[in-house]
Design a binder for this molecule. Structure first.
Ligand SMILES: *Cc1c(COP(=O)(O)O)cnc(C)c1O
Length: 454
């Protein structure tokens, strides 16, 4: 079998055989088979042969026809498209995977967060403490409930919300801490839970990037009052669009269920509407065919998560001593990271002033896709716009809504520095081989060795 057909075969073959583990993106297989990379290699940025073919990284999302299609086709052919058996099955399997009593699926992670916040009775006039280093959806979910996002700065080594910065942000109006396990790596949950207990505020986990990450032998999402997940296309468990709320509290999930189904009490119906609605609610139910896709993806998740964790640790071990490169760290109690993204911090000073943008260009020339990650959140237009709305003006003081003052109060210097120094790679790259990880390390070393010339 030729190289490319073998690769194609491996992509399409059973993942039970871990075909994707061999889906190397390295361009030159003889090069890849030598474990010692040449120190005199010319980086692609200086005209050398690129290490990778950028198009050859493991494709995401995965779809393995022979294994994945049967349930999906049956569901489409049955005509039962609105939530029924398959959604129930996905929910009970996801609850079991996370180690919680209950799971409710919804249309996406954003709506999982909006519903969880809402059903914890958090709304206009309330404050929610969260991290500034997150995807915009975490913050939009707070605003959607007319609550006020309050940012506590990050730990520069782990990128997670710094527990030491939380207490100073707690006021009489604080109702919850929205912890985000950003990049799929667990936040410092023991300390956060202790602070929340002391001040009697709820903890909601935004685990939208952290499927099956484990902290102190607990799967994240199962530690706070509620955990929220996303199954959007890029996520480690992809459905296209989809989300879930998990909890050990039956009453809370029953209320979320009603909230996701026009306020009809749970148990009165699955699919058809019946009986009386008892609360103001939306309708954000997952479809059967979406659940069928989720069930197919779920079969691979445990193994893929282990692969990402191992490859990330291997890559970090190879680059941690390169001057100016600081791989993201895990808290001691983390048993497994989900690594929705792999990241390190980049310091141009150790690269003869080579800017992060130019460093990333040089990596891309080696066939290694990367980006600089999040921008600061609290200064953006959507925040300013929200503060001008009638509901905000009627529930918050003028001082609270003074945007210049808000920006000052919520400025997080560690986060600002992180936004300027992070380099990200996506989770599918961590599904490559160990050789691929060696290739990434080699690319970074090559840029480091030649920084003055690039
Ligand atoms: C993806 C994501 C969300 C939102 O999920 P969607 O399914 O895209 O709506 C929320 N929070 C974080 C941290 C995310 O990465």
């Amino acid at each position: 079998m030729g190289h490319s057909s073998r690769r194609k075969f491996l992509r399409q073959s059973s993942l039970g055989a871990a075909g994707y583990l061999l889906g190397a993106g390295l361009v030159n297989s003889s090069f890849a088979s030598s474990s010692v990379f040449s120190a005199s290699r010319t980086p692609a940025a200086l005209g050398g042969q690129p290490l990778f073919n950028a198009a050859s990284w493991v494709k995401w999302p995965m779809w393995i026809q022979s294994e994945d299609e049967q349930t999906l086709i049956q569901s489409v052919r049955s005509g039962v498209w609105s939530r029924a058996k398959l959604v129930d099955e996905f929910e009970s399997k996801w609850a079991a995977a996370v180690g919680v009593k209950r799971c409710l699926t919804v249309v996406n992670g954003t709506n999982a967060l909006i519903t969880a916040i809402n059903q914890l009775d958090i709304g206009a006039g309330d404050e929610v403490i969260t991290t500034p280093y997150t995807f915009i959806a975490s913050v939009q979910a707070i605003l959607a409930n007319n609550a006020m996002p309050v940012f506590a700065d990050v730990d520069p080594a782990t990128y997670q919300i710094d527990p030491a910065k939380i207490e100073a942000k707690i006021t009489k109006k604080t109702k919850a801490i929205l912890v985000v396990h950003i990049l799929g790596l667990p936040a410092d949950m023991d300390r956060i839970m202790a602070i929340a207990q002391k001040h009697n505020v709820a903890v909601i986990e935004d685990a939208c990037q952290a499927h099956l990450a484990v902290y102190d032998h607990k799967v994240v999402g199962s530690i706070g009052k509620a955990g929220c997940f996303s199954f959007q296309n890029s996520k480690n468990l992809p459905i296209g669009e989809g989300g879930a709320i998990v909890s050990n509290d039956d009453r809370f999930i029953d209320n979320c269920f009603a909230a996701h189904n026009l306020g009809y009490a749970y148990g009165t119906s699955t699919g058809a509407v019946a009986g009386d609605s008892f609360m103001k609610a939306s309708k954000i139910r997952l479809t059967e065919y979406a659940a069928a896709i989720g069930l197919a993806q779920l079969k691979r998740l445990e193994e893929q998560t282990n692969t990402r964790h191992e490859n990330a640790a291997y890559l970090s071990s190879m680059i941690k001593d390169i001057p100016g490169i600081q791989p993201i760290k895990l808290y001691d109690k983390v048993n497994r990271g989900a690594y929705h993204l792999y990241s390190f911090r980049y310091d141009p000073a150790s690269f003869k002033g080579l800017t992060r943008a130019k460093f990333m260009d040089a990596l891309r020339k080696e066939g290694i896709p990367c980006s600089g990650g999040y921008k600061e959140m609290h200064t953006q237009e959507f925040m300013r716009q929200t503060f001008g709305t009638r509901v905000y003006k009627s529930f918050y003081s003028q001082k609270m809504l003074d945007f210049e003052d808000y920006k000052r109060r919520n400025h997080c210097p560690e986060n600002a520095a992180l936004c300027n120094s992070a380099v990200w790679m996506t989770q599918n790259m961590l599904l490559g081989s160990r050789k691929d990880m060696e290739g990434i390390a080699e690319a970074i070393k090559g840029i480091s060795n030649n920084a003055g010339k690039i």
